[in-house]
Design a protein around this ligand. Sequence first.
Ligand SMILES: Cc1ncc(COP(=O)(O)O)c(C=O)c1O
Length: 427
Amino acid sequence: MKEWNSFDKIIKGKGMWLINSKGNKMLDGVASMWCNVWGHSNPELIRAITNQSKKLQHSSMFNLTNEPAERLAENLVNISPGMHKVFFSDNGSTAMEIAIKLAVQYWKNIGEKKKIKIATIENGYHGDTFGAMSVGYVPEFFGKFKEQLFSTIQFPVPNKYRIPSGFTFSDYQNYCIEKIEKKFSKNNNIAAFIMESGAQVAGGVIIYPKGFQRKISQLCKKYDVLFVLDEIATGLGRLGSMIQYEEQKSTPDIVAYGKMLTGGYLTMAVTMTNKKIYDSYLGEFNDCKHLFHGHTYTGNPIAAAVANENLKMYKTKSLIKKIQKTSKVFEKFYQEISEIDIVGDIRHKGMLMGIELVTNRKKKTPIHPKKSINKIFFEEGKKQGIYLRTLGNIVMLVPPLAISEKELNLLLNGVIRTIKAARSKVI
Ligand SMILES: Cc1ncc(COP(=O)(O)O)c(C=O)c1O
């Protein structure tokens, strides 16, 4: 905060562009925190919000329901193979808190008292609340709260760029999987395995190698551990498929979506479960098998209405096909980006790219300037007319999903100019 004297005041959004109070435009390279789908001020989404807000703005989901939320639940079950029911909440962190609670209580509901531990992957990220911090522990973000977090069993992730010495990439993947199997086979107290689906995003854009997620899901089945996926950042098109777990052939017991669900216009997230989990919550009232959890804005009808419109547009506008085509633009730039001497690695899938910056390519030393890298890149990006954010030493490109090829070219050219301009300030 001390470094920032003032902030740009965004007063308008139009298509892929954000416009500040001085009338300057910035291309939204962050999809307004990875959630924007169609760009800003989309008329169809605005209409959905306006129409619903004339009828019912909010009513509780305690004892009641509402039409847009019911329809959304049905839509989500239809697109999510294996999923049976939807629990609404209003942000991704909360959706993950619910996932943890659902998984832990499931075992209690069926009378299995020993299964209480949660297994996770190192460097995963699931949000900023205490449960989410416990299962998604990124040391730089959450180190100050370590004593307050509950303990988890953490397993390594195969990051191709940083394989421990003595391993090939393939050996290391086997090592990671064997470690999980070893633990599972010796411990029958593990309630659930929780991981991001397809890739770790906030933890550094670590895209899982083919088969990694599937093998974990198979181990979970074999050893009777619930498999819980976080698709908040990676589902609904970000990695180039509607449902990432389908692409990974790894059906979970519980999955969470957020971010893109409402097209990035209103705050809503969901936690979905299969029938097995749902049924365990049914019982006589005094059995107390129900989940004691609910938020004020759960199932908000305006958010649900815009989510329904958003999901409809995915279909009518063949968004996933469009993403698969547009995302090839990233590939055209691999060569040019990798020629910049502070670029150590480029990781890309679908509409997500991470560019890892290092001071020494051979030693892979992460850049670590005195000032925040984020601020340096934000300011240099702004000069190029783009809104950019870095996470640690990684430049993140996370554009709105429906960005045009022309605008994506603009973004990538701007990013290259930004890295070159920032170079002398960060090393
Ligand atoms: C994978 C993942 N899970 C959960 C969250 C938390 O979502 P929210 O910021 O809506 O609480 C995020 C946010 O970036 C995320 O990337």
